[in-house]
Design a protein around this ligand. Structure first.
Ligand code: HEM
Length: 525
């Protein structure tokens, strides 16, 4: 999902700077001024003024509105007693640095812990340049998600729009969002149980696992990324790893992802500018594939339809409610949504299984049992997937404990009253999923990885929202889960044993990653 990869995996400071400087800086700066002994004082004063005036103007452009804003909010707060308790922190910075401070994703982190114990589960703060209400409360989180478009609206930082484009489903609102989303939901419905899709997923999993033969170690995060990219690029564009376009699109796509988490300066050579260019190259590649498909349709006439191609693009070609640009953007959203989050979830599951031999052996039994009913080499089916009950418990528990998406970005569209609180119109609102997932009053022994708890818990309840909720609930959730389940099926049935390193846990930056890439030690003996 979306919000996870919208944040930096390397340094939260970069994100912070990027939020403060969301406008391009001048491409060429004036030549440096050198002071020599021959200069008179008036000359020096003029030179200093030349330097200081633009600097002052730049500073004012950036910071004055923020200072005024900050002052206003302090003032308003004093007048309004119904705001949640909390603190705005430093002028300009607010509490953003504390909020973004890295911590294990299996914990709440000191910032949220401190604030919840001081102010309660709902508190006010100043984050990402905006007065904010942070919610660690399951009822308020649910209320926010269910009122998308009515009381609250998705609101990601502006530089993200610059790079994704305004017709991206991830940032679009209102009617555009609704149209794109309807298409996404029907595509996923058609795809998830399609035998051809399931076969592709399974083939990709076995191909990755075969490539481990003879190796003593693999970096699992890399393997998981390879897996999820190959699956999604096949499903969306019908490309296999052997197609030359696949490598090109992967390279452009990685550049595009780096730009999403970089300083948003549109200056030649910066990651941001490279990402914008990479996006336009991917768009051209996608358009070229669309043109080729259309050409083949024309040449082969009616006979072409239904000739086995079931990828997103083929179905998209027939959708009349989307413009060409929206179709291209849709393809990008699917790649972006389906790549990093899915591979991270797979890594998370493997991480927890590595620490829980009992769960691993239980999982193995389940898959041996499923295999025992099938002929040798017979492909897995949707019915097999449905039978993988314990596998689903393991996936749910890995999402609850590992928290791939810590929070999502919303803003209040009008003054909203919730319980005794007032959430003022225009304020940012951050429902924090991690806080609810790790709340011991909702999940007994909340910090323990215990897949068996899902035998009696409801995975659709308010206290479990790894895929968000309401009108923006992740449309790709079922595809991601099938991918994970099929990979696990083949992983646990391999002849080799594997072991993770204890020291490598998932860290929330707040985007989650394994610092050392989750090294797996393989034992083929
Ligand atoms: C483990 C895997 C995944 C996780 C944890 C995840 C999580 C999420 C979350 C939390 C949201 C809601 C964002 C918000 O409310 O602002 C979301 C939205 C979205 N996800 Fe996923 N996702 C996953 C896999 C996928 C896959 C496989 C796809 C596509 C094939 C996908 C495509 C999308 C799209 C397009 C949206 C935007 C939906 C909208 O705004 O209506 N995701 N995801």
């Amino acid at each position: 999902m979306a919000s996870a990869w919208l944040w930096s995996s390397t340094t939260f400071l970069m994100i912070f700077i990027s939020i403060f400087f969301p406008i391009p800086l001048p491409i060429s700066l004036p030549p440096p001024i050198t002071v020599t002994a021959a200069w008179s004082w008036p000359q020096i004063a003029i030179s200093m003024a030349c330097l200081l005036v633009p600097l002052t103007i730049i500073t004012l452009i950036h910071f004055l509105p923020l200072l005024i804003l900050h002052h206003d909010h302090r003032h308003n707060n004093n007048n309004n007693k119904n705001l949640p308790k909390g603190s705005f922190g430093w002028p300009l910075l607010g509490e953003t640095l504390g909020f973004l401070n890295p911590h294990p994703s299996t914990s709440l982190g000191t910032f949220l812990q401190d604030h919840c114990s001081r102010y309660g589960k709902v508190f006010r703060s100043h984050l990402f340049l905006s007065p904010t209400v942070v919610s660690c409360d399951q009822e308020l989180n649910y209320f926010i998600l269910q009122n998308e478009g009515k009381l609250f609206e998705c609101s990601y930082p502006k530089p993200i729009h610059g790079i994704l484009g305004n017709v991206s489903m991830l940032v679009a609102v209102g009617d555009t969002h609704r149209r794109l989303r309807n298409v996404a939901l029907s595509l996923v419905n058609v795809t998830k149980s399609n035998p051809e899709f399931l076969h592709d997923v399974e083939m990709t999993a076995t191909m990755i696992l075969k490539s481990w033969s003879g190796k003593e170690q693999v970096l699992f995060c890399e393997e998981a990324r390879k897996y999820s990219f190959n699956v999604i690029v096949k499903q969306v564009l019908g490309l296999t790893p052997k197609d030359p376009e696949t490598t090109r699109i992967l390279e452009d796509f990685l550049t595009f992802m780096k730009g999403l988490i970089s300083l948003p300066l549109y200056v030649a050579g910066t990651p941001y500018a490279r990402a914008v260019q990479a996006r336009s190259r991917i768009a051209s590649s996608v358009k070229a594939i669309i043109e080729e498909r259309k050409r083949r349709r024309r040449m082969e006439g009616e006979g072409y339809f239904g000739k086995g191609k079931v990828d997103f693009l083929e179905i998209l070609l027939g959708v009349e409610t989307l413009s060409e640009d929206e179709k291209v953007s849709f393809v990008l959203d699917s790649l972006l949504g389906g790549y990093e989050t899915t591979s991270l979830l797979l890594a998370m599951v493997v991480h927890f299984l590595g620490q829980s031999p009992l769960a691993l052996s239980h999982l193995k039994l389940e898959h041996e049992n499923i295999r025992s009913w099938k002929k040798e080499e017979e492909c897995l089916s949707w019915e097999d997937y449905k039978k993988m009950e314990f596998t689903h418990h393991v996936i749910n528990e890995a999402m609850r404990c590992g928290n791939i998406v810590k929070f999502v970005h919303r803003k209040a569209l009008k003054d909203v009253k919730f319980r005794d609180y007032l959430i003022p119109s225009g304020w940012k609102v951050l429902p924090v999923f991690t806080a609810v997932h790790l709340d011991p009053s909702l999940h007994p022994n909340a910090l323990k990885f215990d897949p068996w708890r899902w035998e009696s818990e409801d995975q659709t309840s308010k206290k479990f929202t790894p895929f968000g909720g309401g009108l923006r609930c992740c449309p790709g959730s079922e595809l991601a889960k099938v991918e994970i389940a099929f990979f696990l099926h083949h992983l646990v049935l391999q002849n080799f044993r594997w072991r993770t390193e204890d020291s490598d846990g998932p860290l929330a930056f707040p985007y989650v990653e394994f610092e050392k890439g989750l090294l797996l030690n393989l034992d083929h003996s």
